[in-house]
Design a protein around this ligand. Sequence first.
Ligand code: F6P
Length: 548
Amino acid sequence: MSLVNETPQWKALQSHWETMKTVRMPDLFADDPGRAKAMTMEVAGLRLDYSKNLVTQETLDRLIELAGTVDLQGWIRRMFEGESINNTEGRAVLHIALRNRSNRSILVDGEDVMPEVNRVLARMESFVGRVRSGDWRGYTGERITDVVNIGIGGSNLGPKMICAALAPYQSENLRVHFVSNVDGTHLVETVRPLDPATTLFIVASKTFTTQETMTNAASARDWLLTALGDQAAVARHFVAVSTSAEKVAAFGIDTANMFGFWDWVGGRYSLWSAIGLPIALAVGFDRFLELLDGAYAMDEHFRSADLRENMPALMGLIGLWYANFAGARTHAVLPYDQSLRFLPAYLQQGDMESNGKGVTREGVAVDYSTGPVVWGEPGTDGQHAFYQLIHQGTQMIPADFIGAIHSHNELGDHHPKFMANFFAQTEALMRGRTHDEALAEMLGSGMAEEKARFLAPHRTFPGNRPTNSILMDSLMPQTLGALVAFYEHRIFTQGVVWGINSFDQWGVELGKKLANVILDEIRAGKVTADHDSSTRALLEHFIQHRGA
Ligand code: F6P
């Protein structure tokens, strides 16, 4: 099978970039007063303006032709129909079934998955109701006041990000905490202020074998039992979310207190499953359903909209335009919403674990860029840290700006100030400032000519830096659901064009395996395995200075 970069459509885009790289975005706006309107769309409560991109209608046409050559629409259909598109693990990819609010049948190997999805949702609803109402009591008969989710990767980042984003909807009677890192500090500092008698742990792990999670869960159990002194307390203070009932039982958690999901839910796509239990506990089951509703609205759009009007597909293609033709290596996610502070970290796993691949589905090495480095911080903190490089550095860094019209915490003129920065940054990045403009400004302010001429190159901004602006009315569960689903489908689109499998993660294996060998050596106090001289010296130093 030929690689996508051997197709005429790819080559046409390469030569199109040769023209586009000299085009100035301000000229595109000047030439077409209708540009912003034509490049703005609204889907599921999200208003996207993508006009500040270095693209013309011709660019979009060519990108859509490229999507046609790889049969993007066919792949979308195959995912939604439950085909086994995760070919290296032989699995369907059906996070969309978890939020299939129409309840239409979705078949995996001839069996409808929806009854099971609904059954787990019903169990979650009942459990959440009991904990939130105080009906579910701890071992000593006290009400649960704190929930600690123990999980890592997809079993942590999604629920953590959503809980922070929906903080305004959270019950004051139930606080939700997250422990992920195997660094003991994370668990110790999280539980220090908590009362074991009123704390409920959720052990969240798809596989229930992940070293970090199992270690933290065992230490959490010790902490509980040290305080409560009776093994029977575990059943009132530990629940599990996993695909493996066997392993949950082996850990000592009653499977009656287990919420299941399925191998067709990828870890990084699992917040919509029972992995979302901390979300439902924090904001209530109805709000959790609203989150699913929002994702469903985006799914329906992605599934049915023509590529030209398809928000995730278009954004995936435009991202690819920069990654593969303009040489961009990273993609910045810049939420102008403090509640979305964990969104960049969440999308790092979503995007980089999905599309950080170097071979096609068939195992052929690719010779073009795949997933970019995804990074970001909320504005305006980011502005005072790294925006300098986005404005004047030598790399092109496409960026998504995400903000709301109304804040959940309207305080004086904070929000207008905040959003003024959002709009100003996107304008400045696009427009830039020429050398002559910089010079004229300084001379106009009375600066001596010699100094002004010296400073002018430093105060020149190249502009032409691409951004997408995503606006919502306010950050509600539905819009948040739509936003996350938007990014999932954007990632899917890019993976399809690159011809890679976005749904496995073999790249995390090697480090895990070597860590087990090294852990045995640390425990034995002796380096025995065959290491390079650097690793050997580091290990010996560690063992020697730590002592037995
Ligand atoms: O980092 C690898 C990974 O397998 C992720 O894909 C996953 O989200 C994470 O580990 C946690 O896995 P589990 O939910 O099985 O503990």
